[in-house]
Design a protein around this ligand. Structure first.
Ligand SMILES: Cc1cc2nc3c(=O)[nH]c(=O)nc-3n(C[C@H](O)[C@H](O)[C@H](O)COP(=O)(O)O)c2cc1C
Length: 417
């Protein structure tokens, strides 16, 4: 099953059922362009035999980053370096899809002190994020135009598809959530209004790339925070996305306030199936209303778990992210039928439990823990981009400190470039 090809509604065929989910690389040069490190990294991953590789989130607006080191695509000059990136991926045997994104309020102060968001609701995590201003009508129209233009350049550069990032608490996800969207105009209030920006972005992207080019959307099954976007709301948005004619829906969950996928798996006390794939239990409900293929991402680690998920019919594709940092050729091993566990105990990377661990009541402490884990994976991504093998015994604490200082240096270089 895992080796079975899948044809998407637009006619594009994926060679098997494994996809590398997006992971922000932080490898752009000080002018936000992709580099030789992206090419090395994706060539290595492409040789791992996954059907598709999603890029880390590519920003549609230079003013608003998710992180220093993001690639930004806001004019046609991006086409040539993106083409080199796509060529390197194709040479390794995989396809490359661009994840396109706007961070909204999840934009660090180092990038912008006053980002835009649906409403002026600040994200209070380690003092890292400025107070956003509510987007004006002109800002919203600009965002729609930017997503469409970026998608067009990705197509022109030879990328195989685009994914609109509407999950994890970034701008489109902020509009969906009544916790962050307090607007009383046509972009807020009812679910129909909160989903309007996502649907207008998808329509503009479709108009930009044409009917036969693959468009995916990454959507939260739930935000997992009080007053956030819920599963019931997700089901309705999935129906609308079906009517909008998207080709693939990636199901994830959580926002910076509650990043579900960084919780240690040993603390998720439920059935084996749930431990294996954290959002799979929501996928059955989503699948029941979805008219497009579904990709569930988050927690898949064993061949048996992936085969069971595919056989249940609740997902059509398996999205994997962190395993690619540990074993870049993990999919090849799975496709060859290997049941050997992943080469690292991921729970070792979780720094604390209880007081300041992932279940802490303080969102800042939870975020710090997430940063340690993210830092460990960023370290592996940087090594792979430099042509080095992963360094699995790296301490997560050291990785976190290095991550903070590296991102600071990158932000400064960018400021003075
Ligand atoms: C280091 C790192 C960077 C990530 N960057 C992104 C990103 O740019 N866009 C995105 O949608 N998700 C991002 N994610 C989330 C992953 O795509 C995925 O949803 C999550 O890691 C769960 O999958 P996994 O258990 O297979 O790792 C990132 C995750 C990690 C660990």
């Amino acid at each position: 099953m895992i080796e079975t090809p899948l044809t998407l509604p637009c006619g594009h065929t994926l060679a098997n059922r494994i996809s590398k989910a997006a992971m922000t690389e932080g490898l752009a040069d000080p002018r936000d362009r992709p580099t030789a490190a992206h090419q090395r990294l994706y060539r290595t991953w492409a040789e791992g035999a996954a059907a598709m590789l999603l890029t880390g989130n590519i920003m549609v607006d230079r003013r608003y980053l998710e992180r220093a080191g993001n690639v930004v695509a806001e004019d046609a000059a991006i086409v040539a370096p993106m083409r080199e990136w796509a060529d390197a991926t194709h040479a390794g045997g995989s396809t490359l899809w661009a994840q396109i994104s706007h961070p909204g309020r999840q934009c660090p102060r180092l990038a912008n002190l006053t980002p835009i968001a649906p409403s002026a609701v600040q994200l209070d995590i380690i003092g890292n994020f400025g107070r956003p201003r509510a987007a004006a009508e002109a800002d919203i129209q600009d965002v729609i135009r930017r997503f469409a233009a970026t998608a067009g350049w990705m197509k022109e550069a030879g990328l195989d598809g685009v994914e609109v990032h509407a999950a994890h608490g970034y701008l489109l996800s902020q509009f969906l959530s009544p916790r962050t969207n307090l607007r009383t105009d046509g972009w807020g209030g009812s679910l129909e209004n909160r989903a309007r920006l996502l649907l207008e972005v998808v329509a503009a992207v479709r108009a930009s790339v044409g009917p036969s080019y693959p468009i995916a959307v990454k959507l939260n099954s739930s935000d997992f925070v009080k007053g956030g976007f819920t599963l019931d709301e997700c089901l309705q948005v999935v129906k609308w996305l079906g009517e909008a004619g998207i080709d693939l829906l990636e199901v994830s969950g959580g926002t910076y306030e509650q990043l579900e996928f960084f919780k240690p798996q040993t603390e998720v006390r439920d059935s084996t199936r749930e431990r294996e794939a954290m959002f799979l239990k929501y996928a059955a409900a989503i699948k029941a209303v979805a008219t497009m293929p579904i990709m569930v991402t988050g927690g898949f680690r064993t061949l048996a778990g992936m085969e069971a998920a595919l056989a249940s019919g609740d997902t059509d594709l398996i999205g994997l992210a962190r395993p690619f940092c540990v074993e870049p050729d993990f999919p090849r091993r799975l496709l060859a039928g290997s049941e050997k566990p992943l080469a690292v105990d991921e729970d070792r990377l979780v720094l604390g439990r209880g007081f300041w661990g992932p279940n802490s009541s303080s969102s800042s402490l939870r975020a710090l823990n997430n940063q340690a884990q993210a830092g460990w994976y960023y370290h592996q991504i940087t090594r792979l981009g430099a042509g080095q093998p992963p360094e699995l015994d790296r301490s997560p604490l050291r990785a976190m400190v290095a991550h903070f200082s590296n991102d600071f240096v990158k932000a400064m270089r960018r400021k003075f470039a």
